[in-house]
Design a protein around this ligand. Structure first.
Ligand SMILES: Cc1ncc(COP(=O)(O)O)c(C=O)c1O
Length: 534
């Protein structure tokens, strides 16, 4: 600890900002220590975290980095391991670390042009490239709108949640625009908007498998989470479009204003893709804003082989793409793309000290204020991986996903629950007494036993820490039982993942299942030795 008032205290504090020779040497030593610890951390056993250090007086740089090595670094999850198959983000190409360092070093602020003269331009051009991927307009269109301060082709956000929220904010405002003496919902709020337009409520409509960020958006936008209408899905976990049509008629009858119909290009839980083309047609016929949440599946557009899975997305009014998922950017970088470059005017804000009208400052239309230059991650990826590179990666992910499905299918210890259109697989382990029953359906008691078994399996696997898949509880498709099943969720997205890794994950689960059975025998609870099947 350094005591305040001493000369070394002041030197220490100012040295943290300085680039004097001494400060540089200190910094270089700390950096070297950090890099050495990072190079090694995967091989080290986790410690228990020490209590928060006393922050009343500053610690010197090397001591702090030594603390980090023992606490934070050793205890972090290894999301980049091919044996960790449960998360939607984790590994990124190594050059991203350099780009990250560059972003931090330059520390530009994208809220305002003069605080980020080049990166504002980089962001605009990068968004144009992503816009083209979805909407494929002419070069002239992009030339014009990238330069025009009144246009917004999209926004970089820190995460899909903020992208979805921004899209629905725009959709809400477009639904209740200023009219006659009504100043618009943004100024007047929800109660007056409903009153003026003659509605009982405002709702968002989409499949029951939509991401929970929609509920956050509904809460923040004053709709209320009960006004997120969750519709059934078909046997492939895709929005049931006849239910959407019925819902739209019902909303008209009950004076519910639909601010947006949602299509999902890759559901979080099982990777299914809604029938975007049909949803687009229904939304257009009803003159309803159509938002596509392509946080997960969006990069399929890079693949000539698979982009047809997303056909109809080009008719969406807005699309969210997560950079940190299948574009392999570091957390958290996402993009919202807008078909109509004037749409974001509906959320525009000004201030006297900056963001003046016509300024071209990106902060006028972004939910976030100060933002770093995360667009540079997208920019680097589009240059260094490129459309062809991403096409290859997506095709590999889907190919490997089919291999994983086959591996699961081949083993009597498991049951494949859903082989999605993309690369998220749901399956479950079966207790010994319930194996080999492929043709006869399980009773609801048996499902309950299997659910408990899988919950323990996944918890134990996670605790053991050798391999990882995630777990969800889901009522799949329109199949019976309607009661939710506990499912193991494998996310096949790591480019370094190979068949032997998948086999290792399954082997690990098989050995844990054997342990669970032994444990149950020892406890003589007969927990998984289900009552004889009739
Ligand atoms: C389909 C979908 N939409 C939105 C999100 C939210 O993204 P983020 O976690 O980047 O906010 C997720 C995250 O998993 C997702 O899967």
């Amino acid at each position: 600890m350094l005591s305040s008032g001493s000369c070394s205290f002041q030197d220490h504090i100012l040295g943290l900002f300085s680039n004097s020779a001494e400060a540089e040497a200190n910094y270089a030593a700390a950096r070297q220590r950090l890099l050495a610890a990072l190079a090694n951390w995967r091989n080290q056993t986790a410690n228990s975290l020490s209590p928060d250090p006393d922050s009343s007086s500053p610690t010197n740089l090397l001591d702090y980095f030594e603390q980090l090595e023992r606490t934070v670094i050793r205890n972090s999850a290894d999301l980049a391991s091919p044996l960790c198959m449960g998360h939607m983000s984790g590994i990124y190409p190594r050059f991203m670390a350099l780009i990250g360092e560059l972003i931090l070093s330059l520390n530009q602020n994208l809220v305002k042009r003069e605080a980020s003269p080049v990166l504002t331009q980089v962001e605009l051009e990068t968004l144009a490239a992503l816009h083209r991927l979805i909407y494929n307009q002419t070069s002239g269109f992009y030339l014009r709108h990238v330069q025009d301060h009144a246009s917004t082709l999209g926004l970089v956000t820190s995460g899909g949640t903020l992208g979805n929220l921004t899209a629905l904010w725009i959709a809400r405002n477009l639904s209740f625009m200023p009219r006659h003496d009504f100043p618009g919902i943004e100024a007047a709020g929800m109660t007056r908007a409903l009153e003026h337009y003659g509605y009982e409520s405002a709702v968002i409509v989409g499949s029951r498998l939509m991401h929970y960020s929609m509920e956050k958006a509904a809460a923040l936008l004053g709709l209320g989470t009960q006004n997120v209408l969750l519709l059934p899905v078909d046997r492939d976990n895709r929005l049931e479009t006849s239910a959407l049509q019925d819902c739209i008629s019902d909303c008209a009858t009950h004076r519910k204003r639909i601010i947006a119909v949602l299509g999902i290009a890759g559901t979080t839980e099982c990777g299914s893709i809604d029938p975007l083309q049909t949803i687009a047609e229904i939304a257009r016929a009803g003159n309803i804003f159509f938002h596509v949440d392509a946080a997960w599946g969006g990069p399929l557009l890079f693949s000539q082989q698979h982009r047809r899975l997303l056909s109809g997305i080009e008719q969406a009014d807005s699309v969210v793409l997560d950079g940190h998922k299948q574009m392999y950017l570091p957390v958290a970088a996402s993009a919202l793309l807008l078909r109509d470059p004037t749409a974001a005017r509906a959320i525009e804000k000004h201030s006297h000290y900056m963001l003046q009208e016509g300024s071209g400052d990106l902060g006028r239309r972004s939910l976030e204020g100060s933002r770093n230059g995360a667009a540079l991650f997208f920019h680097a990826a589009l240059r260094l991986i490129g459309e062809q590179g991403y096409g290859f990666l997506m095709e590999e992910n889907l190919r490997k996903s089919r291999i994983m499905a086959e591996l699961v299918r081949m083993r009597p210890e498991f049951e494949l629950l859903s082989e999605s259109q993309t690369n998220i697989l749901l399956y479950r382990g079966l207790p010994l007494a319930l194996r080999g029953r492929r043709m006869s359906p399980f009773s609801s008691e048996e499902h309950a036993v299997i659910n408990a078994f899988n919950e323990r399996l996944q918890k134990q696997q996670s605790q053991a820490g050798r391999t990882f898949v995630s777990r969800t509880t889901i009522a799949l498709g329109n199949a019976s039982p309607a009661a939710p099943l506990v499912a193991l969720r494998a996310v096949i997205t790591n480019p370094l993942l190979q068949q032997h890794h998948m086999q290792s994950v399954l082997e690990d689960q098989v050995s844990i299942m054997a342990e669970l059975e032994n444990q149950a025998d020892r406890e003589t609870s007969g927990c998984f030795a289900v009552h004889p099947v009739r």
